[in-house]
Design a protein around this ligand. Structure first.
Ligand code: NAD
Length: 316
């Protein structure tokens, strides 16, 4: 197996919602980041985002040598990628656009660098189709916002090499992310599908008149959702099984759970249902801006991550 330089310089392609957050995170881990985005005002917006994210990142702990001065910006993608060890692509989610962009990135980046895409829904088979070196293309899908939430879903296309998938997994783990590897590509990857499964039932319970929008939020947030931030569902069933643990759970409690799964229904997502949710979410926000709510959520998430770290290996 060829040996590779460790990742030192990262190029961030596209600095919208996700790219700006990745850039802030990579800077906080001590990397040099070159960002590129053709939109007018992109450079100023990126600096603004990084400045606003920095206090939270500093509180969470900066890597040695981490500095916002490590950020440079160029509208010229060729220049941005010329010395990159890893490229994190975060451009608009349109298949034909990404195919063209990946072909350009493939021409511009050093042959041995990894081209990682944040795409939520386009498979790597599609994106790598115009590349001369498709083996170095991989999906590294973050959960929003990447500078706070550790999950990264890693999945290749048919032409992606195992070695690049391994390198991507090791890289993300080495910078404090929690990468998981998907053995198959599927629409929405895994975590968004889990979110969709829960939301499907929330919509059904609201539509069926069982719960108000606000109570559906409480049911998730102060019940299972609160625990999901600590342990995954399967380990929780182990706890649910009492002294007999997961074995007892499988013997005695899986049956009723399967019956409940069979009873789940697809909601009819009508304009009226959407409006009910919009009205109640606006009430729930109580006049606070999206930015204010995001800041509050990020602060609590970082607190939870710090608390988890205190418990060390007691937690998964
Ligand atoms: N928003 C989310 O919650 C989320 C979560 C995870 C992954 N993603 C994925 O991240 C990617 C970006 O999504 P987003 O929400 O940040 O979109 P966005 O619209 O906020 O940002 C896209 C950016 O790409 C820029 N861009 C356009 N053409 C470009 C080019 N040729 N080169 C470089 N940059 C270019 C745009 O100017 C814009 O700033 C998508 O693939 C999306 O699926 C989004």
């Amino acid at each position: 197996m060829p040996s590779h330089q460790p990742v030192r310089r990262i190029a961030v392609v596209g600095t919208g919602v996700i790219g700006a957050s990745w850039a802030a995170y990579y800077l906080s881990r001590g990397f040099d980041v070159v960002a590129t985005d053709p939109a007018p005002g992109a450079e100023a917006n990126l600096h603004k985002y990084v400045d606003s994210a920095w206090p939270a990142l500093a509180k969470a702990g900066l890597a040695a040598g981490a500095s916002r001065d490590g950020l440079t910006f160029t509208a010229d993608m060729g220049r941005a990628l010329a010395d990159a060890d890893l490229v994190q692509e975060n451009a608009p989610e349109r298949p034909e656009f990404k195919v063209k962009l990946f072909a350009e990135m493939d021409r511009a980046a050093p042959p041995d660098s990894i081209l990682a895409s944040s795409s939520s829904g386009i498979t790597m088979d599609v994106m790598q189709s115009g590349c001369k070196r498709p083996e170095r293309c991989v999906i590294g899908h973050p959960f929003n916002p990447p500078h706070i939430v550790p999950l990264v879903e890693v999945v290749g296309g048919a032409k992606t090499s195992e070695e690049v998938i391994d390198r991507a997994m090791s890289f993300y783990a080495s910078i404090g992310k929690k990468p998981i590897r998907l053995r198959k590509a599927l629409p929405g990857h895994a975590a968004n599908r889990l979110q969709a499964a829960v939301y499907k039932e929330m919509l059904h319970l609201i539509q069926d008149g069982v719960l108000s929008v606000a109570d559906a939020e409480v049911a998730v947030c102060y019940g299972p959702g609160l625990r999901w931030g600590v342990m995954g569902q399967s380990l929780q069933w182990h706890l649910g099984g009492g002294a007999g643990g997961i074995n007892h759970f499988m013997d005695h409690l899986m049956g009723p759970l399967v019956a409940m799964m069979k009873d789940l229904k697809m909601p009819d997502v009508t304009p009226a249902l959407k409006q009910t949710i919009i009205d109640d979410v606006v009430k729930e926000a109580r006049g606070r801006s999206v930015e204010e709510l995001a800041e509050a959520e990020n602060a609590v998430l970082l607190g939870l991550l710090a608390l988890r770290a205190e418990f060390g290996s007691t937690l998964p």
